[in-house]
Design a binder for this molecule. Structure first.
Ligand SMILES: C/C(=N\O)c1ccc(O)cc1O
Length: 330
């Protein structure tokens, strides 16, 4: 039973605050368990990152630190919020908000393919989440159905992007690499960050194209079962396969979004901003539903209130805690 559950290997202060129960997700770097905050019985997801799963100690710590730092600073309705984090010699424990609908991966699998209006509602929210990350100089780099979580079992629900451990704070990564070289030939904008929004951001646009393809078609665009080419070759050539039977009921506009995102040349690929302006997403009914889900407290509702919420809180990173620089460990 729950009370006798073996919690011995967990950090003492994590155990004192939370009761960890069954596994609800698995990731490349560990597992996710359902947890109850003992004082309130509120439910959370605790992600356990096993340090030795990374190739070297340094990377593990750096990756997890980056992930934790990013998780703590981001603040958007379609991004998973961090509640707490702890660590032991062998693992990190990140307490995250729970999404009762689980992973998009399982939703698409159980429905074969999503109907177009549901796929559009989810895709719009993903675009908003990634737009926010990019406006704060963060590339996700690992967008896939396992990293998109659903808030409920209903089709019409809020979605949230998670799993930032592949993320890279743009300015650090790009600037470090750039400044390794001799600065004398670098243009001024390199130093003023104007240029850090290079092709790097476009990797997330590609992944969103793959995600939309999977939601609409119910299967991945690049797969070893399609012809003789390896998946890598199919990707490098941008040769995706739209199986007729699966795509006849999908609108030309939806297919147009997929085709403009799955473009090999990052400079020719449709950007997140352009995708948000695409005709397929100029759908007032969907936009109202999305904003009602994203900004439930916007009293009176309406696109204006939601735009207001988006323009004020929707863009900025949360301030670090007053004490220390946010580096305090439990
Ligand atoms: C990582 C995570 N939440 O943050 C999560 C992962 C899997 C799942 O089924 C539910 C969840 O809430």
């Amino acid at each position: 039973d729950l009370m006798s559950d073996d919690q011995s290997s967990l950090p003492r202060d994590l155990q004192d605050k939370y009761l960890l129960t069954r596994r609800i997700g698995t990731g490349v770097c560990g597992e996710v368990r359902l947890a109850f905050e003992r004082s309130t019985c509120r439910k959370f997801a605790v992600k356990i990152i096993n340090k030795k799963n990374f190739q070297s100690e340094g990377t593990a710590t750096r990756n997890a630190k980056t992930e934790i730092d990013i998780l703590q600073r981001v603040d958007h309705p379609c991004l998973i919020k961090t509640e707490d984090f702890y660590q032991t010699e062998e693992s990190f424990y990140i307490v995250l908000e729970l999404m009762e609908g689980g992973e998009l991966f399982h939703r698409v699998k159980s429905k074969q393919q999503l109907n177009e209006s549901v796929a559009k509602l989810y895709f719009y929210q993903m675009l908003r989440a990634v737009e926010y990350l990019h406006s704060n100089g963060i590339i996700h780099r690992d967008l896939k159905p396992e990293n998109i979580l659903l808030s409920s079992q209903d089709d019409v629900c809020l979605i949230k992007v998670t799993d930032f451990n592949q993320s890279r704070i743009l300015e650090e990564a790009v600037l470090m690499r750039t400044l390794c070289g001799t600065p004398s030939y670098l243009a001024p904008e390199v130093f003023t960050h104007a240029s850090t929004t290079g092709y790097g951001l476009a990797v997330d646009a590609w992944s969103l194209g793959v995600l939309l393809f999977v939601c609409l078609g119910g299967y991945p665009p690049f797969h070893e079962s399609f012809g003789h080419q390896s998946v890598t070759d199919q990707i490098i050539r941008g040769e995706f396969t739209m199986v007729q039977s699966k795509w006849t009921s999908v609108s030309d506009q939806a297919k147009d979004v997929v085709r403009k995102l799955l473009v090999v040349d990052p400079m020719k690929r449709m950007s997140i901003e352009e995708a948000l302006q695409h005709p397929w997403l100029q759908d007032q009914k969907m936009l109202e539903t999305a904003h009602r889900l994203m900004y439930p407290s916007a009293e009176g509702g309406g696109a204006a209130a939601a735009m207001e919420a988006e323009s004020t809180s929707g863009r900025h990173l949360r301030k670090r805690g007053r004490e220390g620089d946010g580096e305090e460990q439990h």
